[in-house]
Design a protein around this ligand. Structure first.
Ligand SMILES: NC(=O)C1=CN([C@@H]2O[C@H](COP(=O)(O)OP(=O)(O)OC[C@H]3O[C@@H](n4cnc5c(N)ncnc54)[C@H](OP(=O)(O)O)[C@@H]3O)[C@@H](O)[C@H]2O)[C@@H](O)CC1
Ligand SMILES: [K+]
Length: 503
């Protein structure tokens, strides 16, 4: 699914108006009807409702919602902010239709005003600013947004929480944004919805369909994508009855060190549950017995060193090679990673300590084969590319680095984000807090390695891997709850996750 920018949504809206016989006011009515419906399904008429409208069409939506809720018997009080005397046409139209009802509790703010008391049990409909916001809120608007947040009322934001930019918000002061409990996005989710930093503003979010042109939606190119279950289903290949393990590729995982062999095991389990045809593990000598007994499906090749990885020799050809889980960052391991990466010709999968080794010797970055996949969590990313104070900043750096080094960067988190060298950004929407468990990332590396071995392109393997892994985590949470999931529980549900996604 494509995620559009504000400008693109605006042109799809314009196209719809110009080519599909619908007026802007009708779109506002559609949006308001869908929002009203959603509110009515959640809150009874006894709820006190405050509708806060701004001067643009976000305000127009809000005023139309106020009218519809009044018609449904809700007790509604309306505040329209018209401080610059510049209401949009839609807003003027919605105001007229609202006031035509007669006897409406309506205040138009045109200058200084004392904010009314909003009780904590009230419902606030936030239609102050939507996608037309130019810059972070300041002055009176900023104070009013703070005032609403502090009221402790339940807040429903129309389209986007007021003060939040639809795409990038790094420069937005945290306090200038409405903290919604529910955000009802018109027609499309926004890029900002998939960036972890903004979760506190959005609350739960839902997209409401107002039937903008499907044709124009299809024709509009995007650089942002969301991978959902249906997309994953479309990408996953069915297996032929006549296939053999030779059809599903051969993967090598270089992992483990003394005390960290569990990482290698979990990674192997992730790969084996993801359908890899053949799996070889390169581990330190001390892990031989345990690995052979715990992961009998894999072949084991031991390092000459007992406690860590010191040489990475591929004795055979592999369709995918993953390096990192539990490897440690001993000098000898750093050197082994450097030598191996220097000589590698095909894309690699680099995770965890492989990334930490590269952080120790950043020149390795220059020798990573094109289209290799790096899978850092926030800490590993910062060790590699410098400190960042938020996920948005990391995503922006990832875009730069992915292009510069011609690599794919998968940033772990809710909405794991995959950045391609061409600047395209894919978000995976499965998962949840159950995935925040030790070894979870090792399992993910195994899944991606298996997909690479089976011939999925690196960007697809990364995004699909993140989706499958997240989905398996959700399944594991159904059994064990968000607190109780082990990484091995995730690994053991990967097969079921793939089956569910494909059916
Ligand atoms: N997608 C769709 O198809 C549909 C979308 N719809 C709805 O329309 C909404 C978008 O409407 P919109 O374009 O009128 O923008 P909105 O945010 O209401 O206000 C812009 C106003 O705010 C002002 N302003 C900006 N920044 C400011 C600041 N920092 N501080 C102070 N003022 C600031 C700005 O001033 P200006 O830039 O003109 O100087 C302008 O006057 C969208 O979110 C959705 O709810 C539906 O109606 C149905 C169809
Ligand atoms: K809003």
């Amino acid at each position: 699914m494509k995620i559009f920018t504000n400008d693109q949504i605006r042109s799809i809206e314009k196209y719809t108006i110009e080519n599909e016989g619908v007026t802007s006011d009708e779109l506002i009515e559609r949006a308001a009807a869908a929002i009203t419906c959603e509110i009515m399904s959640r809150w009874r008429q006894s709820k006190n409702v405050w509708v806060i409208a701004g001067q643009g069409n976000n305000g127009a939506d809000a005023l139309a919602v106020a009218r519809m809720l009044l018609e449904q018997g809700y007790n509604v009080q309306v505040l329209l902010f018209n401080v610059f005397g510049r209401l949009s046409e839609g807003c003027i139209h919605s105001r007229k239709r609202l006031l035509d009802l007669g006897d409406v509790n309506f205040t138009e703010v045109t200058g200084d005003f004392n904010p009314p008391f909003i009780s904590p049990d009230a419902l606030v409909i936030d239609g102050l600013f939507g996608s037309g916001l130019r810059e972070p809120l300041t002055g009176g608007f900023r104070s009013f947004v703070d005032y609403i947040n502090e009221s402790k009322a339940t807040i429903v934001s129309i389209d986007v929480p007021s003060g939040l930019m639809a795409e990038w918000n790094e420069d937005t002061l945290r306090r200038n944004v409405i903290h919604a409990h529910l955000t009802l996005a018109i027609q499309f989710p926004r890029v900002a919805f998939f960036i972890a930093d903004n979760a506190e503003f959005l609350g739960e979010w839902k997209v409401l369909d107002i039937e903008l042109s499907q044709q124009e939606t299809r024709n509009t190119q995007s650089r942002f994508f969301l991978l959902e279950k249906n997309d994953a289903k479309r990408v996953l290949r069915h297996r032929s009855r006549f296939s053999s393990k030779a059809d599903y590729g051969s993967a090598m995982i270089v992992a483990g060190s003394y005390g960290m062999l569990g990482a290698a095991q979990m990674c192997a389990r992730g790969a084996l549950r993801s359908g890899v045809g053949k799996l070889t593990l390169h581990i330190p000598r001390c892990g031989f017995t345990v690995m052979q007994s715990e992961v009998p499906e894999a072949m084991v090749q031991v390092d000459r060193n007992d406690g860590g990885i010191t040489e990475i020799n591929l004795r055979h050809k592999y369709d995918a090679v993953a390096l990192g889980p539990g490897m440690g960052t001993h000098d000898l391991t750093v050197r082994a990673v450097e030598t191996f990466v220097n000589h590698a010709e095909k894309p690699l999968l680099l995770d965890a300590d492989a990334l930490n080794c590269i952080a120790e010797r950043p020149t390795i970055l220059n020798t990573i084969p094109p289209m290799s996949v790096l899978t850092p969590h926030a800490g590993e990313f910062d060790r590699l590319f410098g400190e960042h104070n938020c996920m948005e900043a990391r995503i922006k750096t990832a875009v730069e680095k992915a292009a510069y080094y011609d690599i794919i960067i998968l940033l772990k988190g809710y909405y794991t984000t995959v950045v391609r060298p061409d600047g395209r950004i894919l978000f995976s929407c499965s998962g949840g807090p159950a995935l925040a468990t030790p070894g979870s990332g090792d399992v993910l590396t195994g899944v991606i390695a298996a997909l690479l071995a089976q011939g999925y392109s690196p960007d697809i393997a990364a995004t699909l891997g993140a989706f499958i892994h997240g989905y398996a985590g959700e399944l594991a949470a159904e059994t064990h709850g968000e607190y109780g999931v082990l990484a091995t529980d995730i690994a053991d549900r990967i097969g079921t996750a793939i089956r569910d996604i494909m059916c």
